[in-house]
Ligand binder design. Structure first.
Ligand code: C2E
Ligand code: MG
Ligand code: MG
Length: 405
C-alpha cells in the first residue's frame, strides 16, 4: 500500500481528513495580502488547517499531498471554497469591509468537466460576487495540459472570477505558458526571496520577473515576505501586493474578521512623498517628463533592443512598444518627411550612436518633420541621451522626442 510522509498510508490519512471535515475540524485560515505601497488590505489567501480534538493545528503539508495523490483533493477543495463563501456571506451580512479571497485549487480540477458550473453554483448559492473569489492554481497544473488549460481559464475569467498562478518560479516554471495563458495575478514564490534580497543575481531575477509580469498586465503578489529589507526591494521593483509573516501570518476566521474591521477605519493620510517608494517616485518623474516629451524610449544599443515607456500616450498605435532597435528606427524613419528619412536613419544607426558614445558625447540630436495622424507634418526633435546603469556594462540610451510646432 502507498505510504506518505510520517509512515501512515495515504488512504488512512484521507479517511481521517474526511472524518475531520464532517466534524468541521478542517478550518480555513486567512492570510492577509497588502498593497505594497499603501499597506492597505487588498485580499487574503484561504489556507486549510486541521484542528485536532486536543487543539493541535495540523499544517496542510501533512495531509494535502496524500489528498492530492488521488481524487480526494477535489472534494476537499470544494469544501474549502464552500467555507470561504459562507464566511464572505457572513462578512456581507454584517456589513464588514470584505476583500477578495484566493482559494487554492489542485491541478486535478483541470480534468473536471463541470468545474466552471460547480464553481458558479457554490459561489452563487452564497450570493458572493464572483470578483471576490480568486482561483489559485500552481504552475505545475499546466505542465501537460497547456492547450486545454487556456480555454478552461478563459471560461473562469469570463464569468468574472480572478485567476492567480501560484508559486511562480518554484522550479516548475515555464515562462512561455504565462505568455499564452491570460490570468490576473502572478504569485512569486518565496523561494525566490532570500533573507534580505541582498544577492545581486537574485535581485536581477526578481526585478525581471516583476517587470515581465507588469508588461503582461498581471498583478504581482510576493509570497513569504518576512523582512523589511525584502519589502524595500520589492517596492523598488513596483511589486503590487505583499503576503508574508512580516505583515500577517495565516489566522483564524475570527482574527481575520478583526483585521477586516480595522482596515475600514480611515487612517490619517501620510505625506505621499514620505511614503513614496523609489519606483513610484520614478513614475511621478516620468509623468512630469511626459508633459514635455510625448515619447520616451529606452534602448540598449549593445543588444539592439528598445522599450517604449510612453506607449500609452503615443498616438501612433502601429508602433510596437518593445522590440529590435534597428526596426524601431526604420519604423520612425518611415513616418518622417521623405526628405528627412535619410538624415533620421543615418543619425540613429547603432554604429553612429556608438561612435558618438566612444567620442565621449553626452547625446545625439536631430530635428525632422514627422507626419501626424491628422496628415500634417510637424517638426520633432529627437535626442538620444547616453545613460549608465549600475547593473550592466551595455551602452544604453534614453531617447526623448518633443514636438517643436
Ligand atoms: P501556498 O498556496 O503557496 O500557500 C502559501 C504558504 O506559504 C502557506 O503555507 C503560508 O503559511 C506560507 N507562508 C506565508 N507567508 C510566509 C512567510 O512569510 N514565510 C514562510 N516561511 N512561509 C509563509 P501553508 O499554509 O503551510 O500551506 C502550504 C501549501 O498547502 C499551500 O501553499 C498550498 O499549496 C497548500 N494548500 C493549503 N490549503 C489548501 C487547499 O485548501 N487546497 C489545496 N489544493 N492546497 C492547499
Ligand atoms: Mg496558494
Ligand atoms: Mg504559493
Amino acid at each position: 500500500m502507498e505510504k506518505v510522509a510520517g509512515g501512515k498510508n495515504r488512504e488512512d490519512i484521507c479517511t481521517e481528513v474526511f472524518a475531520a471535515m464532517k466534524k468541521h475540524r478542517i478550518r480555513v485560515y486567512y492570510q492577509p495580502q497588502y498593497d505594497a505601497i499603501t499597506t492597505k488590505l487588498v485580499g487574503a489567501e484561504a489556507l486549510a488547517r486541521w484542528i485536532k480534538e486536543d487543539g493541535t493545528v495540523v499544517m496542510p503539508g501533512s495531509f494535502i499531498p496524500a489528498l492530492e495523490a488521488g481524487r480526494e483533493i477535489i472534494d476537499f477543495d470544494w469544501y474549502i471554497l464552500e467555507e470561504v463563501c459562507a464566511f464572505l456571506k457572513k462578512q456581507m451580512e454584517e456589513k464588514v469591509h470584505f476583500v477578495t479571497v484566493a482559494v487554492n485549487f489542485s491541478r486535478r480540477h483541470v480534468y473536471e468537466d463541470d468545474f466552471v458550473e460547480h464553481l458558479c453554483s457554490v459561489v452563487d448559492s452564497y450570493g458572493v460576487p464572483h470578483k471576490k473569489i480568486e482561483v489559485e492554481i500552481t504552475e505545475s497544473a499546466f505542465v501537460d495540459q497547456e492547450d486545454k488549460i487556456a480555454g478552461w481559464i478563459e471560461k473562469i475569467r469570463e464569468l468574472g472570477f480572478r485567476v492567480a498562478i501560484d508559486d511562480f518560479g518554484s522550479g516548475l516554471s515555464s515562462l512561455s505558458f504565462v505568455k499564452d495563458i491570460s490570468v490576473d495575478v502572478l504569485k512569486i514564490d518565496k523561494s525566490l526571496l532570500s533573507r534580505n534580497c541582498e544577492d545581486e543575481k537574485e535581485r536581477i531575477v526578481l526585478e525581471s520577473i516583476i517587470n515581465f509580469a507588469h508588461r503582461l498586465k498581471l498583478t504581482t503578489v510576493a509570497e513569504g515576505v518576512e523582512t523589511r529589507e525584502q519589502i524595500g526591494f520589492l517596492r523598488t521593483c513596483s511589486c503590487k501586493v505583499i503576503q508574508g509573516f512580516l505583515f500577517g501570518k495565516p489566522m483564524s476566521e475570527q482574527d481575520y474578521m478583526e483585521i477586516c474591521k480595522k482596515d475600514e477605519e480611515v487612517e490619517e493620510p501620510e505625506d505621499i512623498l514620505v511614503v513614496q517608494a523609489p519606483s513610484s517616485a520614478t513614475q511621478l518623474l516620468l509623468e512630469a517628463v511626459f508633459t514635455r516629451y510625448p515619447l520616451v524610449i529606452f534602448a540598449n544599443l549593445t543588444r539592439n533592443s528598445f522599450y517604449m515607456m510612453a506607449y500609452e500616450n503615443f498616438t501612433a498605435r502601429s508602433c510596437p512598444s518593445t522590440g529590435i532597435f534597428d526596426e524601431l528606427i526604420a519604423h520612425g524613419a518611415s513616418s518622417m518627411h521623405p526628405e528627412d528619412r535619410e538624415l533620421f536613419s543615418r543619425t540613429f544607426t547603432i554604429e553612429n550612436l556608438m561612435d558618438a558614445y566612444n567620442r565621449g558625447e553626452k547625446s545625439v540630436s536631430v530635428v525632422t518633420r514627422q507626419l501626424g495622424d491628422d496628415g500634417i507634418y510637424r517638426r520633432v526633435e529627437t535626442t538620444d541621451y547616453f545613460v549608465k546603469s549600475p547593473s550592466v556594462d551595455d551602452v544604453l540610451i534614453i531617447a526623448l522626442c518633443q514636438n517643436l510646432d
